[in-house]
Write a protein that binds this ligand. Structure first.
Ligand SMILES: [Zn+2]
Length: 139
């Protein structure tokens, strides 16, 4: 049984989480989808720590939960660990990691099929990944 104070506590926590997510979405690098750069992402992969658009969120879902765990910023309930993961990573740090070896001349795909290929290369095959990127990058 849930008591009234427990419900109120849960609601408060949810409001705090929403406030943190809104603040994160106001940061420059989180204003665009981590994968296709579409404006105003409202979805996230909390284990990867990136914000993304609804189309890329659908592609992430297809990767499976062992790679990406997708949530809606506004429609889903978040746990404190999930929020922390977004705070710790975010699109700009994720870019340093997962796009470390992305060629400068690379043209980011915009249509569904090529975006899916790119997302699979990026997170499933880790084609551009460099785990040292974050430790060696200047702050
Ligand atoms: Zn996208």
């Amino acid at each position: 049984m849930t008591t009234r104070s427990e419900r109120e506590k849960a609601q408060k926590l949810n409001e705090q989480h929403q406030a943190i997510l809104s603040a994160l979405l106001r940061e420059d690098d989180n204003k665009f989808c981590a994968d296709c750069h579409a404006k105003g992402p409202r979805w996230a992969s909390w284990n990867l720590g990136v914000f993304m658009c609804i189309r890329c969120a659908g592609i992430h879902r297809n990767l499976g939960v062992h790679i990406s765990r997708v949530k809606s910023v506004n429609l889903d309930q978040w746990t404190s660990e999930q929020i922390q993961s977004m705070v710790d990573m975010g699109n700009s740090r994720a870019k340093q990691l997962y796009e470390a070896h992305l060629p400068e001349s690379f043209r980011r795909p915009q249509t569904d099929q090529p975006v899916e290929v790119f997302i699979r290369d990026k997170y499933e095959r880790k084609k551009y990944f460099d785990k040292e990127a974050l430790t060696t990058a200047p702050i």
